[in-house]
Design a protein around this ligand. Structure first.
Ligand SMILES: Nc1ncnc2c1ncn2[C@@H]1O[C@H](COP(=O)(O)OP(=O)(O)OP(=O)(O)O)[C@@H](O)[C@H]1O
Ligand SMILES: [Mg+2]
Length: 259
């Protein structure tokens, strides 16, 4: 059982899309998956709504966090796939955490995930692009973290700073999460991993960079708006799933779950 987080404090770098595709691919491969949408923007939830229809939990995630049990927020989407949907009220969570003692406030999610762990192979956390108590909770509840680097816009210092921040948090809390590496999200139209930006990132970060990158694909936008499809005869569906699949296989390999 592993808790996974795809993270960068920069917005719009494809974190949610990777999280949704990971949940989809892992569950279709027979793993039991729960995705928890901790983002008040709820973009992962919207993505799933467009794929599976309306999703209404018995209780919102925010209320469940207040009532100290997440189970009533779990929605069953597919045979191996569950979702705890996000909602606007998650924007209140940071403030309510601030009322707790300093150390305790960062460990709330970890505590409430523990009773769910037996039911799943993977719990994937989707967070907003912030450095916040909410994100600290997700980080400290995680076993594995993948940093997402959008090469077009972001500075490498940003990734270094994020990695440093995570390491600090890990030592402050004696946490055991592992940084699995950095995945490049290449927005460039040249679908070629040898672009100079990718090369430079590889020179800077070495083996920390995943061999398989994510490229800009129009099909992803269609999936987000109209729902995820797996049409075997549709070349764009196939190509785009293959791209995510190669990266996700590498994630499993780095975790040691590629058997
Ligand atoms: N590989 C891709 N190809 C094309 N568009 C993509 C790809 N990945 C993500 N997008 C689009 O880019 C936008 C941002 O993606 P996404 O929501 O996954 O990023 P995010 O990092 O989770 O954003 P936020 O920081 O706001 O949570 C969305 O419109 C999404 O559909
Ligand atoms: Mg997101």
């Amino acid at each position: 059982m592993s808790v996974l987080l795809f993270y960068n404090f920069k917005g719009g770098v494809g974190k949610t899309t990777i999280s949704v595709l990971a949940a989809d691919h892992f569950s279709k491969a027979g793993k039991k998956v729960l995705l928890i949408d901790l983002d008040a923007q709820a973009s992962a939830t919207l993505f799933f709504k467009n794929s599976y229809g309306d999703i209404v939990p018995k209780r919102s995630l925010y209320t469940s966090l207040q009532k100290e049990s997440l189970r009533p927020s779990i929605c069953h989407l597919d045979s191996n796939l569950d979702l705890i949907p996000g909602d606007w009220d998650m924007s209140l969570w940071n403030q309510s955490l601030e009322k707790l003692p300093q150390r305790e406030r960062n460990l709330v999610l970890q505590k409430y995930l523990t009773p769910l762990k037996n039911n799943y192979d993977f719990i994937i956390l989707d967070v907003p692009p912030t450095l916040s108590t909410l994100v600290n909770n997700a980080v400290l509840a995680s076993d594995y973290i993948v940093l997402v680097l959008q090469t077009q816009s972001s500075s490498y210092e940003g990734v270094l700073r994020t990695a440093k921040y995570l390491s600090q948090l890990r030592s402050d809390y004696e946490a055991n999460f592992k940084l699995l590496g950095i995945v490049l999200y290449l927005v460039s139209k040249q679908a070629n991993s040898d672009t100079s930006i990718a090369k430079e990132a590889r020179e800077t970060f070495g083996d920390a960079i995943f061999a398989n990158s994510i490229y800009h694909r129009e099909r992803v936008k269609r999936w987000a708006n109209e729902g995820l499809t797996h049409k075997p005869n549709d070349v764009h569906d196939k190509r785009t799933h293959e791209m995510y699949s190669l990266f996700l296989k590498e994630v499993l390999y780095r975790i040691g779950e590629d058997k």
